[in-house]
Design a protein around this ligand. Structure first.
Ligand code: HPA
Ligand code: ZN
Length: 324
């Protein structure tokens, strides 16, 4: 099954590029940029990957990404990810990036985007992997800051597939960002948002109503609201579910108790993704294999999940047809 799953053409729609930073590269970049890390070694860092919540992960995630300084750093980060994704049989990737923590350290949007874009170009040439960029706002920071970042990104609007919303969910409902997403809509940018990972089902409805999003990242808590499930079903809103991430962050205790089978039983448009593969036990193939082992899904089930992702992707129709 693993080899069959590897050859299945897969699209990854929920991927934080900063969450692909493996400890070895983190230490290499820290040394190159003269940055002192809080951990003594790669092993000590890996031992710290013991999360009990989204926040405990985010604390480490933001500390880790502080080694990214130059265009070359962002290029190497993304290329290392693309090489692993290619080995996993991924043919299309939508990379989210979090500008705010980088801008705060004096790293410019130009540095981030030039590095990521050149990696996307090389991935297309070397691996025939297509890609799209999603600029995410941190929901635990002020909405005015997100608005300023959106304005600052003007030179790149035509190269952003969408804007997104991530970071600490509980206490930061989508409505906080209504004006920012309204502005993104006026600029012609597509919108997506994390919702219903740790936050309640209300945040999923809120993201649909207040932010007018076309996809929901995670969305696993939708099952707590029957009317919402009916809506997600009738509108076939794609959910970018991240099985291993949900287990690592204790959204579900074990994969066997994950709600994925129930989401499918309800006829929802589910996709499988890796979220932050360096931190959550592996990339797309590891997530697909874990689901095969936990749920006993067969080839037809995975074909449908992959088709859902390609249909929900920000990709031109010609390429979509070719990959489907
Ligand atoms: N949830 C919210 N924010 C994030 C995540 C996540 O899983 N990964 C990186 N930023
Ligand atoms: Zn995420």
């Amino acid at each position: 099954m693993k080899e069959w799953l590897r050859t299945l053409p897969k699209a990854e729609l929920h991927l934080h590029i900063e969450g692909t930073l493996e400890p070895e590269l983190m230490f290499e970049l820290a040394a190159r940029n003269g940055i002192r890390l809080a951990w003594q070694s790669v092993e000590a860092l890996r031992a710290a990957y013991d999360f009990d919540s989204l926040q405990s992960f985010l604390d480490l995630y933001y500390r880790g990404m502080s080694v990214l300084c130059t265009q070359q750093d962002f290029f190497e980060l993304a290329m290392a990810y693309f090489e692993r994704a290619h080995d996993d049989g991924v043919v299309h990737v939508e990379l989210s990036f979090d500008p705010q923590p980088h801008l705060e350290r004096g790293v410019t949007l130009q540095t981030i985007l030039a590095g990521l874009e050149s990696a996307c170009d090389e991935a297309r040439r070397r691996f025939d992997i297509s890609s799209a960029l999603i600029m995410s706002f941190l929901r635990d920071r002020p909405a005015q800051e997100a608005m300023a970042v959106l304005e600052q990104a003007a030179p790149w609007y035509d190269r952003l597939a969408a804007v997104g919303l991530d970071s600490a969910e509980v206490g930061n409902p989508p409505e906080k960002f209504t004006a920012v997403f309204e502005r993104a809509r006026a600029l012609g940018l597509a919108r997506i948002a994390h919702a219903g990972e740790e936050g309640p089902a209300d945040y999923i409805s809120g993201a649909l109503d207040a932010l007018d999003v076309c996809r929901i990242d995670h969305g696993v808590r939708c099952l707590e609201d029957e009317a919402l499930v009916a809506r997600l079903h009738s509108e076939q809103i794609p959910l970018t579910v991240c099985p291993l991430s949900n287990v690592y962050l204790k959204v579900f205790e074990r994969l066997e108790s994950h709600c994925l089978p129930a989401l499918l039983d309800n006829g929802l448009c589910v996709t499988l993704n890796s979220d932050d593969p360096a931190y959550f036990g592996g990339g797309m193939l590891a997530n697909f294999m874990a689901c095969h082992e936990a749920f006993g899904w067969d080839e037809d089930a995975f074909r449908e999940l992959s088709r859902n992702a390609l249909e929900a992707a920000f990709i031109d129709d010609q390429r979509r047809e070719r990959l489907l």
